[in-house]
Design a protein around this ligand. Sequence first.
Ligand SMILES: *[C@@H]1O[C@H](CO)[C@@H](O)[C@H](O)[C@H]1NC(C)=O
Ligand SMILES: *[C@@H]1O[C@H](CO)[C@@H](O)[C@H](O)[C@H]1NC(C)=O
Ligand SMILES: *[C@@H]1O[C@H](CO)[C@@H](O)[C@H](O)[C@H]1NC(C)=O
Length: 122
Amino acid sequence: MAASSMALKLACGVLMCMVAYASLAHAASFTCKQMLDTVAPCQPYLENAAPLTDTCCSRVKFLNNLATNGTTADRQKACKCVKGAVANSTDSYLGLAQGLPGKCGVTAPYPIGRTVNCTSVQ
Ligand SMILES: *[C@@H]1O[C@H](CO)[C@@H](O)[C@H](O)[C@H]1NC(C)=O
Ligand SMILES: *[C@@H]1O[C@H](CO)[C@@H](O)[C@H](O)[C@H]1NC(C)=O
Ligand SMILES: *[C@@H]1O[C@H](CO)[C@@H](O)[C@H](O)[C@H]1NC(C)=O
């Protein structure tokens, strides 16, 4: 009984998560806040305070697919969001952020940097 209710909670947790992801994926467009919330598990890594986790990478891959498969406007928006996030960051944070897609085995469909021209992203 205890075990099955635990399994149920776990299944619901996963389901909630999938519903949240699905609504993000199907949203006509996503907000910068949604993007940053999605990669929140990556913060400790970017702050050089913890090792890279699978959770972080799965979020990175998810957003990467979204941007890659999205419209040019989606990619420009994602680019601006990331640019804002690294605008006042340390060089260490920026370096880790730039290396993150590669570490997770994907290629960001836009450059990551403080002086990137996001309007030229296709
Ligand atoms: C985006 O496209 C890739 C490769 O075509 C695919 O594997 C991935 O599932 C797609 N992602 C989304 C969110 O549709
Ligand atoms: C970065 O810091 C400067 C100066 O403190 C501030 O004017 C600017 O709004 C900040 N930019 C972001 C994206 O937080
Ligand atoms: C950014 O790129 C766009 C499109 O290529 C261009 O029109 C614009 O002048 C560029 N802005 C800067 C600041 O270089």
